[in-house]
Ligand binder design. Sequence first.
Ligand code: MG
Ligand code: MG
Length: 255
Amino acid sequence: MITIKNPVQLSGMRDAGRITGEALLAARDSLKPGMSTHDVDKVVHDYIVKQGATPSFLGYGGFPASACVSVNDEVIHGIPNRKRILKEGDIVKIDVGAYYKGFHGDSARTFAVGKTDAATQKLIDVTRESFYVGIKKLEIGNRLGDVCSAIGEHIEKNGFGIVTDFVGHGIGEHLHESPEVPNFGRPGRGVRLCSGMTLAIEPMVNAGSGRIYVLPDGWTVKTLDRSLSAHYENTVALTDNGVEILTLIEKDYPF
Ligand code: MG
Ligand code: MG
C-alpha cells in the first residue's frame, strides 16, 4: 500500500530529511585519506544522535552500523570497519537514514577521497544527473515508469551499467514502503503519481556491467566485474507545489 502524506506528516518528513542530509554533509566534511569507514560511520552516528534523532539503519535487519559505507567496487550496504582505511583516489558511497519524530529520511552520496580521475568523476556525475533527470518526470498525473525510465535511459546513454537488483522505495513512517522505484522502466507504466507521495529515489550505477553479487557477510554488494560503482539518493516529496527534495541541504545541480 502506498501511503499518502498529509501536510502535518510532510512537515515531519522535512525534519527527518534535513537531519539526514546534514549528517551526510558532516560525513563529507570529515573525509580524508587515512580514516577508516568506521570513523565515517561514527561521524554520521554522532550527528544524528546529537539532533535527538535515531539512525534508521542501526539494527535494521541486523545491520550493525548507522551508515552504509561502500568503497570503490562496493555498490551499497558496505559495513563500516575499523580496518578499512580510505586512501587518496578512493570513491566512497555513504548512505544515511535518520528517524525523527515518527518519520525516516534516506539519502546517499558518492564522494571522492582526495583527487580522482576524469572517468571516475564522470561516473559520479552521471549518477547524480540521472536522479535529476528522473525527478523532472515526477509530476502529478504522470506514471512512476516515466520517472524510472528517464533515470535508466540517462545511465545507459552514458554507457554505464544499471544495477537492477536493488531499487528505490517509498518512505515515511517506515524506512521502506511501497512502491518500489527501480532505476529502469517503461514510460506510461506503473502507479499514477499523486500529491503526498514520498519516495527515496536512488540510482546505483556501475562503470561496467550492472551485475552484482553479495559478499558472505550477507550485506556488502559488489560489482561482478570489479568495476567502480556510484550511488546517489534523496528522499523527495511530490506536493501540489511540485517536487521537494527533503534531504538536499546544499544545491548540487543547476536547476
Ligand atoms: Mg539509502
Ligand atoms: Mg533507500
